[in-house]
Design a protein around this ligand. Sequence first.
Ligand SMILES: NC(=O)c1ccc[n+]([C@@H]2O[C@H](COP(=O)([O-])OP(=O)(O)OC[C@H]3O[C@@H](n4cnc5c(N)ncnc54)[C@H](O)[C@@H]3O)[C@@H](O)[C@H]2O)c1
Length: 469
Amino acid sequence: MVPQPIPIPSPRVVAASPSPSSQSPFLRHRDSLVALDTIRQPKVLHPADNEDLRLLILENISQEAVSYFRSQGFHVDHHTTAFSEAELLEKIPHYHAVGIRSKTRITEKIIKAATKACTVHPALLVIGCFCIGTNQVDLITAAKAGIPVFNSPFSNSRSVAELVVSEIIALSRQWCQRSHEMHAGLWNKQSKGCWEVRGKTLGIVGYGHIGSQLSVLAEAFGMRVIFYDVINIMPLGSARQVETLPALLAEADFVSLHVPELPETINMISKQELEQMKEGSYLINNARGRVVDIPALIDALTSKHLAGAALDVYPAEPASNGPSFDDQINSWATTLRNIPNVILTPHIGGSTEEAQRMIGEEVSQAVTRYLNYGSTHGAVNFPEIDLRAITAEQGNNIRVCHVHSNQPGVLRQVNDVLSPYNVEKQYSDSKGDIAYLLADIADVSPRDVNKIREALSHTRTNILTRLLV
Ligand SMILES: NC(=O)c1ccc[n+]([C@@H]2O[C@H](COP(=O)([O-])OP(=O)(O)OC[C@H]3O[C@@H](n4cnc5c(N)ncnc54)[C@H](O)[C@@H]3O)[C@@H](O)[C@H]2O)c1
């Protein structure tokens, strides 16, 4: 199937302000016809040297992602399981891209096998991690081999925020406790210590993708929202940023943590911070396990200083499902499990069908943008660059994608090769030892395409050169 171009509106038809409402319907209709006429279509690019890109997709990645790749004309081999190292070593040299989740490890050995097929044009061009983390990939070796790695860090923000909202109400009404009791046959109807959330204060620590979503949802429930963040952020709705963490802890009825794990956030909620929290307040941690000092939290709960807590993440987490959340994995597990009004969930904050689908969409589009257009926007181990599209009228224009070592003198070499042509646009950036240059060249004949690629591929600092035509 032929990939569909994304229309680029011509600058001539972009309106700076809404049309005056007095404009006649006829004029509005005429303008919209002109606009349609002048929409410019981008040229659909494809690699000059390998027409049929082959993708290896593992670990049951969403069917939507697979369909999207196929709609781009890629050959896709789709497997439901992860591959072992031995299987990958055998299979990977035959593919230009691999899509994995967290169970497939792409080690230095695998990357070497994937790129040794041909030193000028390595077989493997890109890795898509259809998940949040990228620890399973040797990112540095991948970058050195000219392979960008894409992931989807924020597709599940909404899912986490919704889980927190449910926990706020569950803690406030002690309903998880009541449900456990009912399952054990105990009828225990009571209202003491059960509250509405309306009018209560939610303190959000870390007002990023998840924290800000939560802010909007909590206000819809009639909560007051305050937040603390290390950077100044425009509050959403009626939320209010506070200056310090102690100020937030002293004011909030519910404290919800949404910070990354950094040296300064490890144990950021410990004995002292728990003491600063209001009597009868609640702590929720869906961020990272080591942000909370759990033995100190256990003390705050057993002394009844806190009225409850919800935890989705833990300092150590079992590698697979099963009855393994015990004192062997975290020495305090049994004590924590036996405290009333403590909700424990197995790191499911981001685990929804919607999040999986969005991860599939985001990563498949990023991988495709790289293969078809050279864009590294969103790559975790690569300089992130992109160029405005070549338009369909610029039929003989080509795009040079040149990954090279970050060393002095490269631009001179590149310009020597490109100087006989009109370079319409060019952009380069570096990250560590790796640099990446994109350039669009006008009016290049098919014979010159090979000449340019050969010349750039043989420069001293070349890692990978691809030409998109
Ligand atoms: N439970 C789950 O399944 C799940 C799913 C997704 C993300 N997470 C975790 O949630 C956390 C937040 O994710 P996000 O996508 O909102 O991240 P984000 O990067 O969008 O936001 C983090 C915010 O924390 C702020 N911050 C950093 N250090 C801080 C500090 N010391 N004090 C106060 N604020 C600080 C940052 O400025 C930023 O605004 C991460 O730890 C992530 O790993 C958990």
